[in-house]
Design a protein around this ligand. Structure first.
Ligand code: G3P
Ligand code: MG
Length: 246
């Protein structure tokens, strides 16, 4: 069960470089209670907190993740692309990320991205880090667009809550969420409709939307029953009055 209506996307990614320790710390400092991060595998099997399938956009390095290893990313600067103030930021592995989030007392929506990897390559290190360091499993949810990643988690760590990510929610959502024993359904905010939201809520699922950055664009979503909004700008939502129950 989600315990906060606002989730900082990739950490507080409007004020710090996404998926960095700085973005996590800033989220906590701004009063955010939950963060969303991405987990992906390098070529040597190291799983890192990172979104893209290459280091090009968010670091001073180049190349696909499959051609990188723990040693090749170690010294990459993943903060200067955002601002010089963050030039000390480095790509961190998932264990470091989980430890930081835990120590900040934040809730975590951890998104597994497989890209070309199989489920075990990414999910096994993620689950190992969570089993080792995570304490409050009510404040943790694993999500993924990749069904096989969630199947793997269901099999190997059934006690960890799962949510299925969609861009547009497909017609078979009910079967899929049931098979996954998911607790939540996550979709793009622009693709949600009132009847769909009502149907999902009627089945007892939590409903998350991403990535809404203008609070006025999702006024009606709260009325439809959306439980949590994933946003790059939690500060805009946190300074807005709480949504009013209809
Ligand atoms: O988990 C919601 C959102 O992060 C999914 O899209 O591409 O930003 O990881 P993306
Ligand atoms: Mg994500």
């Amino acid at each position: 069960m989600i315990t906060s209506a606002i989730i900082a996307h990739r950490g507080l990614s409007s004020l710090a470089p996404e998926n960095t320790l700085a973005a996590l710390k800033l989220a906590a400092a701004q009063g955010v209670q939950w963060v969303e991060i991405d987990a992906i595998a390098l070529g040597d099997g190291t799983v890192v907190m990172w979104h893209d399938n290459s280091v090009d956009r968010c670091s001073n390095g180049t190349g696909p993740m499959s051609e990188h290893s723990a040693s090749s990313i170690k010294d990459l600067d993943c903060g200067s692309w955002f601002s010089d103030a963050f030039n000390q930021e480095r790509i961190v592995n998932i264990e470091q990320a989980v430890l930081q989030i835990q120590s900040l007392g934040l809730g975590l929506n951890l998104e597994i991205k497989l890209y070309e990897n199989n489920a075990a390559t990414v999910a096994a290190p993620v689950l190992a880090a969570l089993q080792k360091h995570w304490q409050d499993f009510d404040k943790l949810i694993i999500s993924s667009f990749d069904r096989t990643a969630l199947d793997y988690c269901q099999l190997h760590a059934p006690h960890i809550q799962r949510g299925k990510l969609y861009n547009t929610i497909p017609s078979n959502w009910q079967d899929e969420l049931k098979q996954l024993k998911a607790v939540s359904c996550h979709c793009h905010y622009q693709h949600l409709t009132a009847p769909l939201a009502a149907a999902i809520k009627a089945q007892g699922y939590d409903l998350y939307c991403y990535t809404a950055n203008d609070p006025s664009s999702v006024n009606q979503h709260w009325q439809w029953g959306v439980d949590a909004m994933i946003t790059d700008y939690p500060q805009r939502f946190l300074s807005t009055p709480e949504p009013i129950e209809s």
